[in-house]
Write a protein that binds this ligand. Structure first.
Ligand SMILES: Cc1cc2nc3c(=O)[nH]c(=O)nc-3n(C[C@H](O)[C@H](O)[C@H](O)COP(=O)(O)OP(=O)(O)OC[C@H]3O[C@@H](n4cnc5c(N)ncnc54)[C@H](O)[C@@H]3O)c2cc1C
Length: 380
């Protein structure tokens, strides 16, 4: 068992932190206030090779293994405090590109992977107004017709929906058989009958756009189907192993940055003639933040190691998703308390992490659902 990074991984992590600090710095407080998505930052990430890190070289990617890619994404989050941007990058990599890589035909891989990793936008569209946690209770339908399918329905709260070039859309091809009648489709952003909603205002993660996708008699050719008819639920479940395992990779980096910040603050902020770090109430919080960071890292890399090995990761992806999301909330809350009023006002950016973190206990399956998955997989 080896808990260290290789020299190459260390080098890539250092480069990612430097890239993030030099190329992704922006007036984040202002952009957060106006829910501004910066396409230029996305383009720079693509150019640096973030989106293509674990995509095979024949499609223009870097062909790196999962552990290395996750290590880079963690480092990116450490150097870049823009959680909305890093979440959107991770969402596209793990929940759109990965399913195309695994289940796509050669033609689909050649058409979409180079597009996405060079700065295109991909959305993963499952949730609907009436189907959130009850994932497979879809009302969106895909009716077979000559040469393709006609899709009708509405997808809600979809990351990158307002800007997407392609959306992985799940729809019922046979509503009478529940999850066995769900099929996945790659719907192009300019498809006739697809309407991309505007950027819906939200509590946090404001710098990553999200919104609705509406399908009204939207025709897609047979070649747009990802996997066989009826395989949509399996493709979704597999894609959740990846998304839940790694969508927080960059937020773990954020937790490491938070820790550096609070240590620095606890050493320099003085009250009652002493640095506040001398007070055990403050230092205990910092110790708890370190513990959450370490346990989060262990789960993150355990899941990465499992998926690199080709092992089943459903249990560890649920454990990772639950623990990382709740840890980010708890540590963001501790960071605010340690900073006092400076933590609460917007100008220092400390409070933004908590608003961003709270989204994490909802997307990709709520914490309640992760606990259910974990209990079920243990035979409870
Ligand atoms: C920031 C953000 C980004 C998102 N991005 C995407 C995206 O890119 N693509 C996409 O498809 N979706 C996305 N979503 C939607 C997300 O996946 C759903 O919001 C989530 O699955 C929960 O569904 P819901 O909101 O309908 O809540 P509901 O399912 O209505 O749940 C409401 C409450 O009831 C609880 N609950 C429900 N069922 C059970 C149960 N069986 N046992 C115990 N408790 C239960 C839930 O835990 C929750 O507390 C995103 C959401 C957010 C907030």
């Amino acid at each position: 068992m080896d808990f260290g990074f290789t020299e190459e991984q260390e080098r890539l992590r250092t480069e990612a932190v430097e890239f993030a600090r030099n190329e992704l710095a922006s007036d984040l407080v202002a952009r957060d206030a106006e829910s501004g998505f910066d396409r230029e930052l996305w383009r720079r990430c693509a150019e640096f090779g973030i989106l293509g890190s674990n995509v095979p070289t024949e499609y223009g990617g870097q062909g790196r293994d999962v552990v290395t890619t996750v290590a880079i994404m963690e480092a990116l989050g450490y150097g870049c405090p823009d959680n909305g941007l890093t979440l959107a990058l991770n969402g596209q990599m793990w929940a759109v590109q990965e399913p195309i890589q695994q289940f796509g035909t050669e033609e689909q891989k050649e058409r979409y992977l180079p597009l996405l990793i060079s700065g295109g936008y991909g959305a993963h569209a499952m949730s609907e107004p009436a189907s959130g946690s009850d994932t497979f209770a879809l009302e969106t339908t895909a009716e077979k017709t000559d040469g393709g399918y006609v899709l009708n329905g509405r997808k809600t709260y979809i990351g990158l929906a307002p800007v997407c070039d392609v959306a992985l859309v799940f729809a019922a091809t046979d509503p009478t058989v529940g999850r066995w009648g769900i099929t996945a489709f790659l719907v192009e952003g300019d498809a006739s009958g697809l309407t991309k909603g505007g950027n819906q205002p939200k509590m946090g993660l404001r710098t990553g756009p999200f919104g609705d996708l509406v399908l009204e008699d939207c025709f897609v050719p047979d070649s747009a189907r990802l996997g066989p008819e009826g395989a949509g639920a399996s493709i979704f479940t597999n894609s959740m192993d990846w998304e839940r395992s790694f969508i927080f990779a960059s937020h773990v980096g954020s937790m490491a940055r938070q820790l550096d910040d609070v240590i620095q603050y606890a050493r320099t902020r003085r009250q009652f003639g002493e640095p506040i770090g001398k007070f055990q109430s403050v230092s205990n919080r910092i110790a708890d933040m370190r513990l959450r960071l370490e346990t989060s890292r262990l789960l993150l890399y355990k899941a990465a190691w499992l998926l690199d090995s080709g092992d089943a990761a459903q249990l560890y992806s649920a454990l990772a998703k639950l623990h990382l999301s709740e840890s980010f909330v708890a540590s963001s809350s501790d960071a605010i308390r340690i900073h006092g009023a400076k933590g609460y006002v917007s100008e220092y950016g400390v409070e933004r992490d908590l608003r961003d973190a709270l989204g994490g206990v909802i997307y990709s399956g709520t914490s309640d659902i992760q606990r259910q998955v974990i209990a079920r997989l243990m035979g409870v």
